[in-house]
Ligand binder design. Structure first.
Ligand SMILES: Nc1nc2c(ncn2[C@@H]2O[C@H](COP(=O)(O)OP(=O)(O)OP(=O)(O)O)[C@@H](O)[C@H]2O)c(=O)[nH]1
Ligand SMILES: [Mg+2]
Length: 444
């Protein structure tokens, strides 16, 4: 399958000025020549041609074609990128011609998969490509770009280098006892190195804690009594009339979502139905949906109607405070002259929300400046594997403290190396062999 020549439309299937069709695989040039009105000249790495796509004697389109010779392409294979005119008929015709001449329709992500198998990118870089395409905030895209450029892999490689050196040393002691000039590895040698590993992994894990929040956005639930002004606040925050606003209590039934970026961070705002004893079946469903949205939120904004009496404001607040989750108390309708309980005073109607926005960023506690300078992990697969690596190093430290024999301690270190390699999609065996042969010159 991985050797097939694959083809796909790389731009959206929409009518547009231009579209790009990409084909990759050993037979790409041969297949392309069958539908092009020119011979591909000899070339070294890359070439651009202009000519016509032909279906027998009919000219389908006049196109610009970029040809990349193996290994000088994204996938590492012979690749053809056809820039054709973006009409759906033309796109379909060109695709059909390529497929009928031997290419196969690519599956999702298959070009990146080929790049990975051909060692053009590692797994982290492949995941970063997707993250970059999908990123919804400037911070998320700069994070993905670091991954794509390999800076994240570099950070994992620094940790791996220490582990590899230790493991190679231990392997040499065991497999080549006749090498007397190589120091015997002991728990005293392992201890400081494992402490360094533990602190490097912990610091990457800590930096990455917020990676998923940055990538997927921070879910903020607007909660409160009916008529407090939740929907008005959603509309004011996203600067769009998305949710229906009326002075009838119980207006919002379904959860309404909108998003906005504050200081490069993406916030997904969830406007919920006001919580009260439901008056009918539809409202009961709405209130349940609100509770689900509140559950999945990362931050709650408790919206209090500041035009009510102080006692009422306090009662409403007490009903909604949930100590398990970060929350901010937002006193709305401050344009109406009343005394308010403590909270961030706003008016959803006159849109002065800067203080609230600053407090939202502060409450989430992401140091934007610090994190934008770092390479961090950003999906649960990567973070799960790094957590396993961390646990394995901690296990090794416990074993050292209990005077466990070295060859048992290194089992956990091997596991940690496997975890790190799984993050980037590399093989531990190969790494270890390389380390042994390069540093110790065994088998010279
Ligand atoms: N004076 C004033 N009125 C506001 C403000 N925010 C909202 N309102 C009014 O309060 C009423 C209720 O607003 P909504 O935004 O629909 O309230 P809600 O909390 O979404 O209500 P439900 O959907 O019923 O739970 C509307 O008449 C709004 O115009 C504000 O800051 N000042
Ligand atoms: Mg509402």
């Amino acid at each position: 399958m991985i050797n097939d020549t694959i083809v796909a439309l790389s731009t959206p299937r929409l009518t547009s000025a231009l579209s790009v069709i990409r084909m990759s695989g050993e037979d790409s040039f041969e297949i392309f020549e069958k539908i092009f009105d020119k011979k591909i000249p000899e070339f070294e790495k890359r070439i651009i041609l202009v000519g016509n796509i032909k279906d027998k004697n009919e000219t389908v389109d006049n196109v610009v074609v970029s040809l990349f010779k193996n290994p000088y392409s994204f996938t590492g294979e012979n690749t053809v990128e056809i820039s054709c005119h973006g009409g759906l008929l033309i796109i379909n015709k060109v695709l059909t011609l390529l497929i009928s001449n031997g290419a196969r329709q690519a599956e999702r992500g298959e070009f990146s998969k080929k790049a990975f198998y051909n060692n053009k990118i590692d797994l982290l870089q492949a995941e970063s490509i997707n993250d970059l395409i999908m990123s919804k905030s400037s911070l998320a895209s700069s994070m993905a770009m670091k991954g794509l450029k390999g800076q994240l892999t570099d950070r994992i490689d620094e940790i791996k280098a220490i582990l590899l050196e230790l493991l190679a040393h231990a392997e040499v002691n065991i497999d080549y006892p006749e090498y007397e000039d190589i120091e015997e590895i002991s728990n005293e040698v392992l201890l400081p190195k494992c402490q360094i590993l533990d602190s490097m992994i912990s610091s990457l894990l800590k930096d990455s804690e917020n990676g998923i929040l940055i990538k997927d956005g921070i879910n903020v639930a607007l909660i409160g009594k009916p008529n407090a002004g939740k929907s008005s606040l959603l509309n004011a925050l996203i600067e769009e009339d998305k949710a229906i606003v009326t002075d009838i209590a119980g207006t919002t039934r379904d959860v309404v979502e909108g998003s906005l970026s504050i200081d490069g961070l993406l916030f997904n705002i969830l406007d919920t139905a006001g919580i009260r004893d439901p008056k009918d079946e539809i409202e009961a469903i709405g209130v349940n949906k609100s509770k689900e949205a509140i559950q999945k939120s990362d931050l709650e904004l408790i919206v209090i109607d500041g035009s009510l009496s102080l006692d009422q404001q306090n009662n409403d607040l007490n009903e909604f405070i949930n100590q398990d989750k970060p929350y901010l108390v937002v006193i709305n309708k401050c344009d109406q002259n009343k005394t308010h309980i403590n909270g961030i005073e706003i008016s959803a109607l006159n849109h002065s929300l800067n203080d609230l926005k600053n407090q939202m960023v502060k409450k989430i506690g992401i140091d934007i400046e610090d994190i934008s300078n770092k390479s961090i992990l950003s999906n649960s697969r990567q973070i799960g594997l790094l957590t396993q690596a961390s646990n394995n190093i901690k296990k090794a430290l416990e074993d050292i403290a209990c005077y466990t024999p070295v060859d048992l301690v290194i089992i956990s270190l091997h596991e940690a190396l496997n975890n790190l390699n799984d993050i980037i999609g590399a093989s531990s065996k190969e790494d270890l062999d390389n380390e042994i042969f390069s540093k110790f010159c065994i088998g010279k």
